[in-house]
Design a protein around this ligand. Structure first.
Ligand code: HEM
Length: 191
């Protein structure tokens, strides 16, 4: 008890404050120091803190291989595009919007077999996306009778695809490569 009364006397004589006021001020100063110093974290401390907080990714399932880097295909006909509908796991998944072909392999959960939007894979989707239609008859590039609002919807989809996926080619009119090849074969036979 003698210790506390001499401490109180010392505080009073040095600071002119009551012990309660003195300790309140000390507590406020410590709090303010801790608050301000929390803003100045060393970079390596910060990354260590982030690393420990980051959710740990589970290891990929056995047999899983990430989709390969998109490959530029150049010009492709609608007929040849159909081969990229996910039925061949060795081929990328492609979707066309306004004649631009995007590699959507990273969206396999959406467009791969069994996915909710699998019917878009390997197809020109402009009309269907503009109309928000699941009707297979709308899987084409006919925009001739669409309203401004529908064209705007399509524009938004196009922007989303541009941002998320790599463009790998353009849809061109014409025969599929297979047809061209068989024509060449026939021509060779005739020669
Ligand atoms: C029943 C109404 C619908 C619901 C609840 C729904 C829900 C969703 C959800 C939750 C996503 C994932 C969004 C993301 O995380 O990026 C998505 C993506 C998508 N939706 Fe729908 N959707 C509906 C109708 C439609 C319709 C009518 C179309 C077009 C005909 C459509 C086309 C798409 C496409 C293309 C994607 C994938 C976009 C991408 O590649 O990131 N959806 N939808």
């Amino acid at each position: 008890m003698a210790f506390f009364s001499s401490l109180a006397a010392a505080i009073d004589s040095y600071t002119g404050l009551s012990p309660a006021a003195f300790f309140t001020i000390v507590a406020l100063m410590v709090g303010a120091y801790r608050l301000v110093s929390a803003f100045f974290v060393y970079p390596d401390e910060e990354s260590a803190a982030k690393r420990s907080l980051a959710p740990q990714m589970p290891p990929p399932p056995e047999g899983f291989s990430p989709p390969p880097q998109p490959v530029q295909l150049g010009d492709i006909t609608l007929e040849d595009l159909k081969a990229y509908d996910g039925s061949d796991p060795n081929k990328p998944l492609l979707v066309a919007i306004k004649g631009q072909v995007y590699d959507v392999s990273i969206g396999r959960l959406f467009y791969g077999p069994g996915g909710p939007y699998a019917f878009f894979a390997g197809r020109e989707t402009s009309r269907a996306l503009a109309l928000m239609s699941f009707d297979p008859r709308d899987l084409n590039s006919d925009l001739s009778d669409l309203s401004e609002a529908e064209l705007e919807v399509l524009h938004d989809w196009e922007e989303k695809f541009k941002e998320k996926y790599v463009k790998v080619g353009n849809v061109v009119a014409g025969n599929s490569k297979d047809e061209d090849e068989s024509r060449k074969e026939i021509k060779r036979d005739e020669d």
